[in-house]
Structures are given as structure tokens and as C-alpha cells.
Design a protein around this ligand. Structure first.
Ligand SMILES: [Zn+2]
Length: 547
């Protein structure tokens, strides 16, 4: 009986969660789902209602129009009128310094910073003032990446999705398999707003109660719940042993929608592969994975409803007209209120003190509590961002400080990059997060963006999560933050490949499954010699040669 229900639920899942009316009918709370809901007590009636809703949808009832709020076309255009994104090809540290100072002085929004280029968003009227502050070499080393930001935003908005245009053939093909492949999964055919994501997470918990649990990390500044899925199935061996845990986060920066969809895609892939793929089953027996698709729910909601390109949280600052803190400059390890980002109007503003940002504080408190009271040992934070295709390892705050397991961090990062390249040919660069945030040759003065107070540094240093990375996803600038929905599945697939490599490494297999052997336990002993005999991968060699 239950099998049939699950099959029906799976077939209707992706339809139901996109229709709020049915979500309510199934007893779900889209905005502030309380963690105290006793959902375990009513799975049967829950699934029955869900099944009935799905059947109605599949066989005739007309879907009602979605009432979710979102950007109306006219305001989407008006908001960004006459704005553009310029790319500067930077070759010297003098150029970096000049560009950093000029961008900070004009409060410009720096979209990406890499070894080779810096992308900056601005109004047309700001182009001349900016260029006048730059050395002549930089004035000619720039090109227009997005010439009409208003149109680019408009073109990228998921309008059709929210008019409940659901094709019958898609719905029926989804119904032919109990757990349809994620690539054919309606949920991943477009970006999803927060209420839909939360309903989807609740449904996953209901469908896979054996190894999926909906958990709350805490509440945001505007009191939205920060939702998470804990995925894992500890074998009943030794309950006193700390439970090794990997945290995967997205949506720290509101406009980086691909980070949220990718967390969801990877969660879905691990959940549905459990019991089918040997390595994943083994991984989820030894480790819990906690997926947090939207750490910054206020900012993400704002990016859906008002300003698609919003980055920070929505917390009030001491300047009335400049809201929001940058959650990746808000954590308490090596936090700095560096001059360039001391202004609340700055896109990198980290607050007046460490952990002033509510959402950063909530994640840290939750993690501390898990460590102290729930016998959890954090092994790694995988913090997804966009864009520029980089795998960044600690420390972000300084290139002078050496993380104790630097060589292993580099090696694993290189392996992750290779796993992605083998999966689909995409190239991700590997470097220290400090290089991703600063200019290399003169760190004291040429910062484009301070790296202090970063989430990966805090997890690495304060919790001993020694396999922590920030991964900047696709693309390398064609669309930037406005990555079209067609990239959701390919991005999800490549990060799933990366996470499988990562998990395999943590199991002590170094890319080769050796389940018969007693595996090392990197969470307990990150400096274990178990990894020392692995030759450096090609990526790492290339990286070292480049230095
Ligand atoms: Zn980001």
C-alpha cells in the first residue's frame, strides 16, 4: 500500500508543489513552517491527500493560477534602466589597486573578481567617472559584458513557470517512474521561489522518512525559517561515536540563484541514490549531509519580488537607506571591518561587529549546538556561490595564514575540479579563497573585496571542519548571476559529480572504491597519513606551475 502511495506521490510531487492551493490542501505551510509540526504523526493522511491532489491534476482539473508574488515585467525593466556590466582585464597589481579604490569610491557593485578579470555593474552615467579614476592601461582593457541589464534581467525571469503552464505530456512522463530522473524533473526545469522550495523539502521528508529529515537552522532577520534537510542513515553500531557531518549551503548571496537550485539538485540526487549507489549508501551511513538551500531567505525573497540583483541580507543597518549585511563577511573568525566595506551601503558590508548578521549567527549557533549537544563532528562546509567557476579553500581572510592541512585541501580541490571536467568538460580553477578575494602581490592595499569573516574560515577554524570549500558555480561571465534555467540541471549534475568525489575521498577511498578495507576517518584525524600516498593530480601540477 505504502509503495503505491509513494509512487503516486512521486508522480504528482512536482505538480503539487508548484501549486500553492494544493500545497495548503496537503497541510503544508509555505511561509513559516513550524519545526514543531508533528508531521510524523500523520504521514498516511498526508500522503493520501497528496495522492488525491496529484490524481486530480493529472486527470483533468484545471490548475489554478499561482498567487505567489513576483517581479512584474514593467518594474523589472525600470529597476535596471541604463545599467550595464563592464569587464576589466586586469594584469598588474597597480591596476587592481586603482580599480578597487575606484569601485569602492563610487559604491559600484563588483560582480566577479578573478586572476584575469573584474566584472563591475554600473549605471551608464557612472562609466565616465569610473574611467577617469583609472590608469590609461585599464581604460582600454575593458569591454561590455552586459550592455542592457534591464533586458537581461527581464529575459531571465521565470514568468511562465508561475502561470501554472504544466504540459500534460510532461506530467504523464513524470508519472511513469517512481522516482523520475532529476534531469526530467519539472522541479529543476526552472528556478523555484522560496515557498515552493520549502514545500518540496517537506515532501522529500514525507517520501523518504528513513533517511531524510526536515530541520530548522533558525530564523532570519524578517523571521523566515532557515530550512534544511538532514540526509543520512546511521547504522546502529556505536551511538557514542560522533556523527560526522557535511554541510552544503546555498543562497548566502540572494541573487546567486544557481547556488540554491544546485543545493537542491545535489540533495535530491543523494536522497534518491541512497540504497542504489554503493558509494552513496556507504557515505550516508557514515556521514550526515545537511543541505541548506537558502541561508539568506529574506534576501532571496527580495530578489524574487523586488530586485533580482540583490546580494545581501535585508537586515536594517545604521543607515536607513542602505539595508543588508553580506553574510559571507559576517562570521566571527578573523572578522574585519575593513575600510572599504565599513559603509552599510557597500555590497560587502559585514556589519559593525562579528555575527551581527542574524542568518550567519543562526547557522553558527546551530552548528555549535550540534557539536556540543548532539555529538556532531563537522567535517566540511561546502558553500555554493556564483559565478566564475572556482573552487576556493581556506583561508579567505589572508594569504599569509596557512591552513594546517593545506596540501590535502589543494589535492582534494584539484580532484573535485577534475571530477567536474571528466563529467562534462567544464573547467573550474582551484585556488585559496584569499586569492579569490584579494590581489596576490600586495595584499595590504589592493583588496577588491575583503575576505575576513567568511563562512568557510569559521567552519574550518572554529569547528575543525577541515574539508571546507567555497565553490563558485557557472558561468564565467556570459550571463553572470542571470544564468538561464537551462543551466540548472547541468550545474546540478557537475556538482553532484564533485560531491561524489568529495564523499569518496572522505570515505578514505581517494577516488577508488575500496569498501572491503577499513577506511580512514578524516573527520577525526584530518592529518591522517591515509591520504599521503596519492600523487598530485594534473590540475594541481598546473596550478603550481602557474604560480
Ligand atoms: Zn556569493
Amino acid at each position: 500500500m505504502r509503495t503505491e502511495l509513494v509512487r503516486l506521490v512521486a508522480s504528482g510531487l512536482l505538480l503539487v508543489i508548484q501549486l500553492p492551493g494544493l500545497g495548503f490542501a496537503a497541510g503544508l505551510h509555505p511561509h513559516h513552517p513550524s519545526n514543531t509540526d508533528n508531521h510524523h504523526a500523520r504521514p498516511f493522511s498526508f500522503l493520501t491527500k497528496l495522492r488525491d491532489s496529484a490524481v486530480e491534476l493529472l486527470f483533468g482539473r484545471h490548475p489554478t493560477r499561482n498567487a505567489d508574488q513576483h517581479i512584474v515585467p514593467s518594474s523589472a525593466r525600470a529597476w535596471y534602466t541604463n545599467e550595464l556590466v563592464l569587464r576589466f582585464n586586469v594584469t598588474t597589481s597597480e591596476e587592481e589597486i586603482a580599480l578597487a579604490h575606484a569601485a569602492a569610491r563610487l559604491f559600484l557593485d563588483v560582480w566577479a573578481f578573478t586572476d584575469e578579470f573584474v566584472d563591475i555593474r554600473m549605471h551608464r552615467d557612472e562609466v565616465s567617472p569610473l574611467l577617469s579614476l583609472l590608469p590609461p592601461s585599464l581604460r582600454v582593457a575593458q569591454s561590455t559584458m552586459i550592455s542592457d541589464l534591464a533586458s537581461a534581467v527581464y529575459d531571465s525571469m521565470p514568468f511562465l513557470h508561475h502561470e501554472a503552464v504544466i504540459r500534460t505530456d510532461e506530467a504523464l512522463s513524470a508519472s511513469t517512474s517512481p522516482f523520475p530522473e532529476a534531469s526530467g524533473n519539472l522541479f529543476f526545469q526552472d528556478y523555484q521561489p522560496l515557498p515552493v522550495i520549502v514545500r518540496w523539502m517537506r515532501l522529500l521528508e514525507a517520501m523518504f522518512p528513513s533517511h531524510v529529515e526536515y530541520v530548522s537552522i533558525g530564523a532570519s532577520f524578517e523571521e523566515r525559517e532557515i530550512s534544511a534537510l538532514r540526509v543520512g542513515l546511521p547504522p546502529n553500531v556505536d551511538p557514542t561515536k560522533p556523527r560526522k557531518t557535511i554541510v552544503v549551503t546555498g543562497g548566502l548571496h540572494a541573487r546567486e540563484w544557481i547556488s540554491t537550485s544546485t543545493v537542491n539538485y545535489v540533495a535530491w540526487s543523494f536522497i534518491t541514490s541512497f540504497g542504489k549507489e554503493r558509494m552513496i549508501t556507504k557515505l550516508l551511513q557514515e556521514f550526515d549531509m545537511v543541505f541548506v538551500p537558502v541561508l539568506n531567505p529574506d534576501g532571496v525573497e527580495y530578489s524574487w519580488q523586488v530586485d533580482r540583483l540583490w546580494r545581501k541580507s535585508r537586515q536594517q543597518t545604521n543607515l536607513r537607506y542602505c539595508r543588508g549585511l553580506d553574510l559571507d563577511h559576517a562570521f566571527g573568525y578573523e572578522w574585519d571591518g575593513s575600510q572599504m566595506q565599513a559603509d552599510p551601503c557597500s555590497e560587502g558590508y559585514g556589519g559593525e561587529q562579528p555575527f551581527q548578521a542574524v542568518e550567519a549567527m543562526q547557522l553558527a549557533s546551530w552548528a555549535r549546538n550540534e557539536t556540543l549537544n548532539n555529538n556532531v563532528k563537522f567535517v566540511g562546509l561546502i558553500d555554493l556561490h556564483s559565478y566564475s567557476q572556482q573552487i576556493l579553500f581556506p583561508y579567505a581572510f589572508s594569504c599569509q595564514a596557512m591552513p594546517p592541512n593545506l596540501e590535502k585541501l589543494e589535492e582534494l580541490a584539484a580532484g573535485i575540479a577534475k571530477a567536474i571536467r571528466l563529467a562534462d568538460g567544464e573547467s573550474y580553477s582551484v585556488m585559496s579563497a584569499c586569492e579569490g578575494a584579494t590581489a596576490r602581490q600586495d595584499q595590504s592595499t589592493s583588496r577588491i573585496e575583503s575576505g575576513g569573516g567568511s563562512a568557510i574560515d569559521w567552519f574550518y577554524h572554529e569547528l575543525g571542519a577541515h574539508f571546507s570549500y567555497q565553490i563558485k558555480l557557472r558561468d564565467t561571465g556570459t550571463y553572470g548571476f542571470l544564468l538561464p534555467k537551462e543551466y540548472i540541471v547541468p550545474s546540478g549534475e557537475e556538482v553532484f559529480s564533485a560531491m561524489k568525489y568529495y564523499g569518496d575521498y572522505l570515505l578514505g577511498n581517494n577516488g577508488i572504491e575500496r569498501f572491503s578495507e577499513e577506511t580512514a576517518s578524516p573527520g577525526d584525524q584530518p592529518e591522517s597519513a591515509a591520504y599521503d600516498d596519492v600523487p598530485l593530480s594534473q590540475e594541481l601540477k598546473r596550478r603550481r606551475l602557474r604560480r
